[in-house]
Write a protein that binds this ligand. Sequence first.
Ligand code: TXA
Ligand code: MG
Length: 337
Amino acid sequence: MNTKQLTTKDIELAAGIIAGGGLLGIPTETVYGLGANGLDPRAVQSIFAAKGRPQDNPLILHIPGADWLEQYCQEIPAAARQLAGKFWPGPLTMILKRKDNVPDAVTAGLDTVGMRCPDCAVTRQVIAAAGVPIAAPSGNASGRPSPTTAAAMLEDMEGKIDAILDGGPCQVGVESTIIDLTVTPPRLLRPGGVTLEELEEVLGQVEVDEAVRRLMAPGEQPKAPGMKYRHYAPKAPVTVVKGPPEKTAEYILCHMGEKSGVICFDEFREGFSGYPVETLGPVVDQRAQARHIFEALRAFDRLEVTDIWAQSPADTGIGLAVTNRLNKAAGFRIIEL
Ligand code: TXA
Ligand code: MG
């Protein structure tokens, strides 16, 4: 299959691919997604095939506005409307009770469905023009870091999807926050672009699922099925070093090998000259760190490195999402100084 490259002018063409049961790479503010008609079980099945994704891992539905919620969800709590009012369009996915018209192929048989309204006008226009919600996981091959540019998505999906709509680089850089509103108190299943602190301001108490901060033991079931899989991992093993940035930089310099790669804050780049280095952004700029983390991980797959050492960002604010992705990429191999 020849994967067409579309621009933001090709809304009708893109909508036609969705309506016709095809696969379309879609830009969002978080990461690129691999979209298909969320009401067509066959189209949804082909997402799993293109990604090599396990069948028990449900997909989220993308809609152009909160007014579409009722078509696909029931028993919608007041909190959902409040959160949608405050954070949509934006990087928040809400788990709600589904209606019967949502195919099992989307929810992996669960009686709930993840709903998200992306902060990307062109993608909302494509959904509205297609007239159906778009089911879309992140546009990476299963297990690889999520793509934050069309080029990164093509590395994994060229020849496997009908087209990709290039909307430029993603502004957030880590996936949406997932909050389960079918339980009391609401539970954070995946940290993302909307922070835990922001959710607590609206919801009061929020429980954080165990899978956010630690490795699941064999047989343990996190509430978001996707959180149990090895994820985001580059080919070379990653070690995360946590502590004051001056100390972590020094530690890495002392312990790295001749062919090691480094992920560090901008301030420490020079200290690693001569080695392959990917920078996250300045120590204090957590939004920049979120934008760069996946590209940093992907970059090392284009180089020959034996292992990768990473300075750990702080885990407050959006840093909880960045450290979650980095720790997962490292299989939770973390050194605390
Ligand atoms: O930012 C994002 O959310 C991106 C863009 C493309 O929208 N999408 C994304 O999808 O990250 P994906 O499939 O890579 O991650 C969705 C996560 C998975 O961990 C999945 O297990 C979980 O959401 N999930 C989906 N439906 C669920 C449900 N009904 N209950 C619990 N977890 C669910
Ligand atoms: Mg994903």
